[in-house]
Design a protein. Sequence first.
Length: 289
Amino acid sequence: MKGHQILYLVSEAFNTLGRHKAVTFLSIVIMSLTLLVLAVFLLATDNVLTFLDRARREMTVFVYLKDDVPPRTLEEEYKRLLKMGEVETVVFISKEQAMAEFREELGDERSILEVLETNPLPASFRVTLKNEYRKKESIERFAGAMRGAPAVEEVSYGKEFIEQFSTVSRGFLYVDLVLGVIVILSSIFIISNTVRLTILSRQKSIEVLKLVGATNRFITMPFMIEGAFQAGVASLVSLGLLFGIYALTKGLLPDLAFLRPGKIALYVVICILLGSIGSLASLRRHLKL
């Protein structure tokens, strides 16, 4: 299709929107309410994924060391850990530092430690793995490798928590994927039926175009442009509604975060594509193009 033909179709699409203001307004309202469901779904998904990522970043492996390990051996073990591909950071915690942190955690009950004659807490390495290795299998493999080291007494990584976290994360992703498909297909269905209002109001014009030999592409392009435009405007309206809901619930959910600019742009693009797809689906179904 040539450039001047594309410009003509775009111009015709916007002129038609202007001539049918009532139908256009009604279509945008219906699309806005439909896409609001998609926007709420994306906001909820984004916040849950952020929470899961934050929890994953808190996963730490503690490598407890044997007593009376020579400083040279500690240094060698520290360097060995840093060279391991899955390790991001390593922090050495001395016996004294471990006791100081324990006292801080006890708070007002720290007085119970006064009966201790010696410090029973071991020195340790606090190891943070790289993001791609913060998975149940990778952490277990790393812990198993560290348990065989001569200077290591025990390795702790919160096995029960990681197992539960892995199960919850996997379950959420499956459920979220299914819900996402349902929401998107529902949006396309509703948008497709909304576009039908426009088609029915212009069916005679379409029949005339067919009679004079207009191609299917020439007929469908203006409708797809209109659907994309209406969905784009509706996406902005739904984002405004979503922000209103976000502002109202912020007090109840202080950790709730709004969509970042990049994700807002992605959402608008998705809505425009849904508008085009919905328009094409409606045309094919009702006009048998």
